[in-house]
Design a protein around this ligand. Sequence first.
Ligand code: DMJ
Length: 572
Amino acid sequence: MLPREFIVAWILVFLMIFPNIFNPCTCQLEPPWAAKKRHVMKEKVRKMFYHAYDNYMTHAFPHDELKPLTKSFTDSLSELGNLRLEHLPQDYNGSALTLIESLSSLVIMGNSTEFERAVLWLSQNIAFNVDARVNLFECNIRVLGGLVSAHILATDSTNRLVHGAYKNQLLILAEDLGKRFLPAFNTPTGLPYAWINLKYGVMVDETTETSTSGCGSLILEMGALSRLTGDPTYEYVAIRALRKLWSMRSSLNLLGTTLDVVTGDWIEYSAGIGAGVDSFYEYLFKAHILFGKEEFWRMFHSAYLAVQKYFRHGPWYHEADMRTGKATYWQLTSLQAFWPGLQVLVGDIAAANSSHREFFHVWEKFGVLPERYLLDHQMLHPTEKYYPLRPELAESTFYLYQATKDSWYLKVGESIVNSLNLYTKVEGGFASVKDVTTMQLEDHQHSFFLAETCKYLYLLFDDSFLVDRNYIFTTEGHPLPVLGDWHDRLPESYISTNWSFTQSEKQGRRASAMSLQVCPANDNQQVESACHITDARADHRCFTDEECGVDSTTCRRRSCSMAGYCGLWLLV
Ligand code: DMJ
């Protein structure tokens, strides 16, 4: 007889070696509570959406956005990014911005009746021949993107929406708007002005300053418009601007945040993955998915490696000077929280997960995500303490749940929903948070709350819209279908490239950056390295320089900051 302890010990060893022997697919199985939870949460999100939507329709429509505290409206399309509120037309009644932004969410939530009603109303009532100076980027992602996506949904045979009555009116509107964008691209560089008057084109003495995302995040919407109308002009000007922007990168493959569209000079050399740059990276990759162009992939791959190399420290992303790669600002910004979602698409799930967790910790700490948080001082930015109902954390949570089916992300989603209801829901809709330390509210319900925040939360709990469909989402959350016949239809004359590479090179390029070898063993070894040597401590903090390892790019030793972070940036 074997002693009992001996048998128990062997069983334990066996279980340690084959932990899933009695339940081989635990990773695939949804815990029993999760299905029920998803149903309950989906209904909660649906209620949130309609609370926002119904209040908009009652108190603000057809103006642009709802002011939920005073139950009034703002015609914000011509105010977005326009801090001095210049060039606002006297008799402007808005462009039903929030309705346009809600169209694809209505379809995703299965409300074809309201979608049809909205499409028909827009078809008959909206015109863009207005003396309104709008921000090209915002108007593109919200209005053009909303219209193009809704047109595709309205004509998609599987949706069978707007029977009979729909005669491509949204596409006609989108094309009219696209034409009004074109004068903005009439610059010596091909980089578009940030502002355009919808009626008169570029204004006299218009500012020549714009942002990287302002000229680099147009290709999805304008490309889709070209494919749908057969007029290549929209796609052409967007690609030309993107190529010019890419040609302005530094030798480190970094770009700045702001630039001059006439001279093509950089104005702000410091950049990260947040405000002013974020969707530039997103569009390089998504344009590759949507249009199948290797050119977009090559740009994205180089840009992505540079981000991982120069901005990333553990789970955080700081800013750096595009010329030197030296760190400038060590700050978390709310907009950066889209990055883990993009990393899921790229295939860097582990990196996505670690950053997402940190963003969620900050969310938990304050109840919502503050606009800017100073990582090196562990404190809020003195003036940017607001949370304008942004979607980015919910967006990344949705992507991570899609990739992993880890029910932890459902709990994150539940926590986001609970916070939104607790802190931002008012009788007249959902209000932005002015100060996350006091939860004082601000009288503004941004249209992206309906286009993105509610949509990603809903899709987290119910993704039936995506089953058997292949969509990518624009930066404003509007779905565009990935269609085989959209790939490679652009005449090759538009793609001036003499790039050629072999199949094996192609596969190598598609490898996840995080899986690339870190820190070349010697100078002769030409291995591109993507990420820093793992920090010694799981929480990415340090006490001594010795804990900080070696920088993967330069192979120089890193040091430990006063605030307890490893980095080369401290040496600059
Ligand atoms: C949205 O308009 C888009 O997601 C954009 O890319 C960034 N800002 C807002 C949401 O925060």
